[in-house]
Design a binder for this molecule. Sequence first.
Ligand SMILES: [Zn+2]
Length: 88
Amino acid sequence: MASGWARDGAVQDQIDASVDDAVKRARSCLPQGNSLTHCEECETAIPEARRKVIPGVRLCVNCQTNLDEQQANRSGYNRRGSKDSQLR
Ligand SMILES: [Zn+2]
């Protein structure tokens, strides 16, 4: 019964940390809530196909691309220059 309270505490810490981590990762990848019919940024209509493919989508293709680019640049990975040819 009293087989090491310190160890139990450490395990709980680990669980908390990994749950925290998973939640953070899930939040950064998956937008919360329902898909929007119109872009949050520019109010362009978001095609139904796009909403099906990306549950919880909130941005149109253009705004999402811009956001992705910003995040890519922020993380030090620069892939500018190829987005136009990829989208069309
Ligand atoms: Zn937009």
